[in-house]
Design a protein around this ligand. Sequence first.
Ligand SMILES: [Zn+2]
Length: 317
Amino acid sequence: MTHNIMSVRQTTIKQDAVLNGIGVHSGSPVTLLLSPSDPDTGIQFIITKNGAPIAELQATSEVVKNVTLCTIIGDEYGAIAATVEHLISAIRGLGIDNITIEMESGEVPIMDGSAAPFVDVLLESGIKEQTAPRRYIKVLKTVRVEEDGAFAEFRPHDGFHLDVTIDFESELIGKQSIALEVTPSSYAADLARARTFGFMSDVEKLWAAGRALGASLENTIALGEDKILNPEGLRYTDEFVRHKAMDAVGDLALAGAPLLASYKSVCGGHSLNFKAVETLLGDKSAWTYVEAPRSRQYAHAEMGDGLVAANFAAIKN
Ligand SMILES: [Zn+2]
């Protein structure tokens, strides 16, 4: 049986939502205003300066400026939204097609280093179906990219499947793999809560360079020489690879539409994911746009926000 998770209609959030936090690199307070938007508008950032809009940025690979430490999108006049990856991951992970994010030029708040606080705010606002049919990017053939011993691969698939492997020298992480069909409920239960991580030795270097000023045990799993420094420990025994899978959901969303594909990544990160998206989109024979078939069966099973909310509430305790 084909595991069909395609949803029929586009979605947006039900009402405005406000999110406050601090930027991980600047250490400064940030406020985001999330608002519903029209069908076919996608994930859109409105960047303001001193409260006045200065740029509109569509969250697609075309506006990506940098993926070294975090994903930064921006325009040629210097308007930027940095550290967008976990927010975009939550939006795509929950199957939200259209949303506007208004923020001062700078960073999206890091929150607890995972996508869960964004998921909470989005589910609290509520998700509603719109009338327009959802449009997917359907992968038609295998597309593979490699980078410094890492590789990633798209393959055709009737859904969105992720298969992520990491392999770190540090015994605190080691080799970890996760493979799953990503649906709003599996995303919320299995990926959203996984936090970002860093080695104390690297964090100290970043601090010396004036970066990661907001990084702390409140928003990062900190790895010491031979132990995890966070007193509460890990949220999942394999939290590291789950975080990488959560990152991949956000990075792949920069393709500009949900994917019908399976994606395998071995030892990759933002840079490899981004390269995979650009390579896929650059090969016109490798994909096509398709509209969801007009069957209602899965729309209710997967997009009912009540169901996602219930699952998510269940796993938070
Ligand atoms: Zn991340």
